[in-house]
Design a binder for this molecule. Structure first.
Ligand SMILES: [Zn+2]
Length: 281
Protein backbone atom coordinates (compact mmCIF):
# COMPACT_ATOMS: atom_id res chain seq x y z
CA UNK A 1 0.00 0.00 0.00
CA UNK A 2 2.79 2.35 0.99
CA UNK A 3 4.50 1.57 -2.30
CA UNK A 4 1.33 2.39 -4.28
CA UNK A 5 0.91 5.67 -2.41
CA UNK A 6 4.56 6.39 -3.18
CA UNK A 7 4.07 5.70 -6.88
CA UNK A 8 0.88 7.79 -7.06
CA UNK A 9 2.61 10.58 -5.16
CA UNK A 10 5.65 10.55 -7.43
CA UNK A 11 3.37 10.52 -10.50
CA UNK A 12 1.59 13.54 -9.04
CA UNK A 13 4.88 15.30 -8.37
CA UNK A 14 6.10 14.48 -11.84
CA UNK A 15 2.87 15.90 -13.31
CA UNK A 16 3.39 18.97 -11.12
CA UNK A 17 6.83 19.43 -12.63
CA UNK A 18 5.45 19.13 -16.12
CA UNK A 19 3.08 22.00 -15.37
CA UNK A 20 5.70 24.27 -13.84
CA UNK A 21 6.18 27.39 -15.91
CA UNK A 22 8.42 27.04 -18.92
CA UNK A 23 8.35 29.17 -22.04
CA UNK A 24 9.94 29.37 -25.45
CA UNK A 25 10.23 31.76 -28.39
CA UNK A 26 6.72 30.90 -29.61
CA UNK A 27 4.98 31.59 -26.27
CA UNK A 28 2.13 34.03 -26.82
CA UNK A 29 2.69 36.76 -24.24
CA UNK A 30 -0.62 38.43 -25.08
CA UNK A 31 -2.50 35.30 -24.01
CA UNK A 32 -4.63 36.09 -20.92
CA UNK A 33 -3.25 33.22 -18.82
CA UNK A 34 0.34 34.33 -19.52
CA UNK A 35 -0.45 37.99 -18.81
CA UNK A 36 -2.07 36.92 -15.53
CA UNK A 37 1.00 34.88 -14.63
CA UNK A 38 3.26 37.81 -15.48
CA UNK A 39 1.13 39.90 -13.09
CA UNK A 40 1.61 37.33 -10.31
CA UNK A 41 5.39 37.50 -10.78
CA UNK A 42 5.29 41.30 -10.98
CA UNK A 43 3.27 41.50 -7.77
CA UNK A 44 5.74 39.17 -6.02
CA UNK A 45 8.56 41.58 -6.86
CA UNK A 46 6.50 44.66 -5.97
CA UNK A 47 5.37 43.25 -2.61
CA UNK A 48 8.76 41.85 -1.59
CA UNK A 49 10.24 45.29 -2.24
CA UNK A 50 7.36 47.21 -0.61
CA UNK A 51 6.57 49.10 -3.81
CA UNK A 52 3.20 50.48 -4.99
CA UNK A 53 0.97 47.39 -5.13
CA UNK A 54 -1.87 49.10 -6.98
CA UNK A 55 0.03 48.75 -10.22
CA UNK A 56 -0.67 46.25 -13.00
CA UNK A 57 1.59 44.84 -15.70
CA UNK A 58 0.72 44.92 -19.40
CA UNK A 59 2.48 43.47 -22.41
CA UNK A 60 3.05 45.79 -25.35
CA UNK A 61 4.46 45.54 -28.88
CA UNK A 62 5.74 49.09 -28.58
CA UNK A 63 9.34 49.20 -27.39
CA UNK A 64 9.06 52.82 -26.28
CA UNK A 65 5.88 52.34 -24.29
CA UNK A 66 7.46 53.12 -20.94
CA UNK A 67 5.16 55.66 -19.39
CA UNK A 68 5.26 57.04 -15.90
CA UNK A 69 3.66 54.24 -13.90
CA UNK A 70 3.17 56.63 -10.97
CA UNK A 71 0.31 58.24 -12.86
CA UNK A 72 -0.89 55.44 -15.10
CA UNK A 73 -0.50 52.61 -12.54
CA UNK A 74 0.60 50.44 -15.45
CA UNK A 75 4.05 48.96 -16.01
CA UNK A 76 4.52 48.07 -19.68
CA UNK A 77 6.65 45.06 -20.56
CA UNK A 78 7.89 44.94 -24.14
CA UNK A 79 6.93 41.67 -25.86
CA UNK A 80 10.33 41.55 -27.63
CA UNK A 81 12.07 41.25 -24.26
CA UNK A 82 9.85 38.31 -23.31
CA UNK A 83 10.78 36.31 -26.40
CA UNK A 84 13.89 34.88 -24.71
CA UNK A 85 12.31 34.02 -21.38
CA UNK A 86 12.45 30.30 -20.53
CA UNK A 87 11.29 30.13 -16.91
CA UNK A 88 9.88 32.20 -14.05
CA UNK A 89 13.30 33.45 -12.89
CA UNK A 90 13.87 34.93 -16.35
CA UNK A 91 10.34 36.34 -16.53
CA UNK A 92 10.99 37.99 -13.15
CA UNK A 93 14.32 39.32 -14.50
CA UNK A 94 12.61 41.11 -17.43
CA UNK A 95 9.98 42.59 -15.10
CA UNK A 96 12.60 43.64 -12.51
CA UNK A 97 14.72 45.36 -15.19
CA UNK A 98 11.67 47.40 -16.23
CA UNK A 99 10.92 48.33 -12.61
CA UNK A 100 14.62 49.24 -12.37
CA UNK A 101 14.03 51.95 -14.99
CA UNK A 102 11.03 53.26 -13.04
CA UNK A 103 12.93 53.33 -9.75
CA UNK A 104 15.82 55.23 -11.29
CA UNK A 105 13.45 57.73 -12.94
CA UNK A 106 14.71 56.93 -16.45
CA UNK A 107 11.59 57.70 -18.46
CA UNK A 108 11.72 61.23 -17.10
CA UNK A 109 15.46 61.54 -17.86
CA UNK A 110 15.25 60.35 -21.49
CA UNK A 111 12.34 62.70 -22.02
CA UNK A 112 14.48 65.58 -20.82
CA UNK A 113 17.35 64.73 -23.20
CA UNK A 114 14.94 64.50 -26.11
CA UNK A 115 13.32 67.82 -25.33
CA UNK A 116 16.75 69.47 -24.95
CA UNK A 117 17.81 68.12 -28.31
CA UNK A 118 14.67 69.13 -30.12
CA UNK A 119 15.22 72.67 -28.88
CA UNK A 120 18.79 72.77 -30.32
CA UNK A 121 17.67 74.64 -33.40
CA UNK A 122 13.98 74.52 -34.17
CA UNK A 123 14.47 76.65 -37.32
CA UNK A 124 16.71 74.18 -39.12
CA UNK A 125 14.89 73.40 -42.32
CA UNK A 126 17.39 71.79 -44.69
CA UNK A 127 17.46 68.02 -44.98
CA UNK A 128 21.15 67.88 -44.03
CA UNK A 129 20.60 69.79 -40.82
CA UNK A 130 17.60 67.67 -39.92
CA UNK A 131 19.62 64.55 -40.50
CA UNK A 132 22.30 65.89 -38.15
CA UNK A 133 19.75 66.54 -35.43
CA UNK A 134 18.23 63.11 -35.96
CA UNK A 135 21.64 61.49 -35.79
CA UNK A 136 22.55 63.46 -32.68
CA UNK A 137 19.29 62.34 -31.11
CA UNK A 138 19.99 58.70 -31.90
CA UNK A 139 23.58 58.78 -30.64
CA UNK A 140 22.67 60.61 -27.49
CA UNK A 141 19.67 58.45 -26.64
CA UNK A 142 21.73 55.32 -27.30
CA UNK A 143 24.31 56.53 -24.83
CA UNK A 144 21.64 57.40 -22.28
CA UNK A 145 19.95 54.05 -22.90
CA UNK A 146 23.19 52.14 -22.38
CA UNK A 147 23.92 53.84 -19.07
CA UNK A 148 20.26 53.55 -18.08
CA UNK A 149 20.27 49.85 -18.83
CA UNK A 150 23.31 49.29 -16.64
CA UNK A 151 21.65 51.18 -13.79
CA UNK A 152 18.35 49.32 -14.28
CA UNK A 153 20.28 46.02 -14.34
CA UNK A 154 21.91 46.45 -10.96
CA UNK A 155 18.65 47.68 -9.42
CA UNK A 156 16.99 44.59 -10.91
CA UNK A 157 19.57 42.36 -9.19
CA UNK A 158 18.58 43.87 -5.81
CA UNK A 159 14.85 43.60 -6.56
CA UNK A 160 15.16 39.96 -7.68
CA UNK A 161 17.28 38.94 -4.70
CA UNK A 162 14.75 40.49 -2.29
CA UNK A 163 11.89 38.63 -4.01
CA UNK A 164 13.85 35.33 -3.90
CA UNK A 165 14.28 35.02 -7.66
CA UNK A 166 17.69 34.17 -9.06
CA UNK A 167 19.28 37.47 -10.17
CA UNK A 168 21.66 35.57 -12.47
CA UNK A 169 18.65 34.87 -14.72
CA UNK A 170 19.04 38.47 -15.90
CA UNK A 171 22.42 37.53 -17.41
CA UNK A 172 20.74 34.72 -19.35
CA UNK A 173 18.07 37.02 -20.77
CA UNK A 174 20.56 39.77 -21.72
CA UNK A 175 22.78 37.20 -23.41
CA UNK A 176 19.96 35.53 -25.38
CA UNK A 177 18.41 38.76 -26.60
CA UNK A 178 21.79 40.06 -27.70
CA UNK A 179 22.78 36.89 -29.54
CA UNK A 180 19.43 36.91 -31.32
CA UNK A 181 20.00 40.48 -32.50
CA UNK A 182 23.39 39.49 -33.86
CA UNK A 183 21.89 36.65 -35.83
CA UNK A 184 23.17 33.92 -33.52
CA UNK A 185 26.87 34.74 -33.71
CA UNK A 186 29.24 34.86 -30.77
CA UNK A 187 30.55 38.11 -32.03
CA UNK A 188 32.94 40.45 -30.29
CA UNK A 189 30.14 42.52 -28.92
CA UNK A 190 31.45 44.84 -26.28
CA UNK A 191 28.15 46.24 -25.13
CA UNK A 192 26.74 42.79 -24.40
CA UNK A 193 29.92 41.73 -22.59
CA UNK A 194 29.97 45.01 -20.78
CA UNK A 195 26.42 44.53 -19.52
CA UNK A 196 26.96 40.91 -18.52
CA UNK A 197 30.19 41.78 -16.70
CA UNK A 198 28.39 44.64 -14.93
CA UNK A 199 25.61 42.35 -13.66
CA UNK A 200 28.00 39.53 -12.78
CA UNK A 201 30.40 41.74 -10.83
CA UNK A 202 27.59 43.49 -8.99
CA UNK A 203 25.90 40.19 -8.07
CA UNK A 204 29.22 38.61 -7.08
CA UNK A 205 30.14 41.54 -4.84
CA UNK A 206 26.75 41.93 -3.18
CA UNK A 207 25.34 38.38 -3.29
CA UNK A 208 28.39 36.06 -3.41
CA UNK A 209 26.49 33.00 -2.14
CA UNK A 210 23.94 33.30 -4.96
CA UNK A 211 26.67 33.47 -7.60
CA UNK A 212 28.43 30.51 -6.02
CA UNK A 213 25.18 28.53 -6.07
CA UNK A 214 25.09 29.15 -9.83
CA UNK A 215 22.15 29.38 -12.24
CA UNK A 216 22.14 26.15 -14.15
CA UNK A 217 20.98 27.00 -17.63
CA UNK A 218 22.68 26.62 -20.97
CA UNK A 219 22.45 30.32 -21.80
CA UNK A 220 23.94 31.38 -18.45
CA UNK A 221 26.94 29.11 -19.03
CA UNK A 222 27.35 30.53 -22.53
CA UNK A 223 27.16 34.07 -21.18
CA UNK A 224 29.81 33.21 -18.60
CA UNK A 225 31.99 31.76 -21.37
CA UNK A 226 31.73 35.09 -23.12
CA UNK A 227 33.27 36.93 -20.16
CA UNK A 228 35.33 33.99 -18.82
CA UNK A 229 38.63 34.92 -20.50
CA UNK A 230 38.48 38.50 -19.22
CA UNK A 231 37.37 37.33 -15.80
CA UNK A 232 40.23 34.81 -15.60
CA UNK A 233 42.89 37.32 -16.61
CA UNK A 234 41.55 39.84 -14.15
CA UNK A 235 41.17 37.46 -11.23
CA UNK A 236 44.70 36.12 -11.70
CA UNK A 237 46.13 39.61 -11.38
CA UNK A 238 45.96 40.92 -7.79
CA UNK A 239 46.21 44.52 -8.97
CA UNK A 240 43.37 44.16 -11.44
CA UNK A 241 41.29 42.26 -8.91
CA UNK A 242 41.83 45.01 -6.35
CA UNK A 243 40.84 47.61 -8.95
CA UNK A 244 37.64 45.70 -9.76
CA UNK A 245 36.83 45.52 -6.04
CA UNK A 246 37.39 49.26 -5.72
CA UNK A 247 35.07 49.83 -8.68
CA UNK A 248 32.33 47.86 -6.94
CA UNK A 249 32.87 49.84 -3.74
CA UNK A 250 32.60 53.04 -5.79
CA UNK A 251 29.46 51.72 -7.49
CA UNK A 252 27.96 50.93 -4.12
CA UNK A 253 28.74 54.41 -2.78
CA UNK A 254 27.28 55.98 -5.91
CA UNK A 255 24.20 53.85 -5.51
CA UNK A 256 23.79 54.81 -1.86
CA UNK A 257 24.12 58.46 -2.83
CA UNK A 258 21.42 57.96 -5.49
CA UNK A 259 19.30 56.09 -2.95
CA UNK A 260 19.57 58.95 -0.43
CA UNK A 261 18.37 61.35 -3.14
CA UNK A 262 15.56 58.96 -4.03
CA UNK A 263 14.38 59.08 -0.42
CA UNK A 264 13.43 62.73 -1.04
CA UNK A 265 11.67 61.85 -4.29
CA UNK A 266 7.91 62.13 -4.74
CA UNK A 267 8.02 59.11 -7.04
CA UNK A 268 6.69 56.25 -4.85
CA UNK A 269 8.82 53.68 -6.74
CA UNK A 270 12.06 55.48 -6.01
CA UNK A 271 11.19 56.22 -2.39
CA UNK A 272 10.12 52.60 -1.71
CA UNK A 273 13.38 51.34 -3.22
CA UNK A 274 15.42 53.82 -1.20
CA UNK A 275 13.80 52.72 2.08
CA UNK A 276 14.66 49.09 1.41
CA UNK A 277 18.21 49.94 0.37
CA UNK A 278 18.92 52.29 3.25
CA UNK A 279 17.59 49.84 5.83
CA UNK A 280 19.57 47.02 4.22
CA UNK A 281 22.88 48.86 4.39
ZN1 LIG B 1 16.25 48.68 -20.40
Amino acid sequence: MKKIVGIVLSMFLFAGCAFSASYNTSTNWFDTANVNHLNVIGQNIVKANKMPATVSFKVTDNQNMNTDATYTQIVYIYSGDLKFVENDNELAAVVAHEIGHLVNGHSAKSGLVNSMLSSVNPNMKSDGANTTVRLLKTISSNKVNKENDKEADITAVDLLAAAKYNPLALISVVYKSDIANLGGLMDENLSCEDRIMNIYDYANYNYPATVKANYKTDSYQKALNLIYANLKIRNADPKKLEKAKKEQEKLKNEKLKRVRNMAKSTNPWSSAYSLIQLSGN
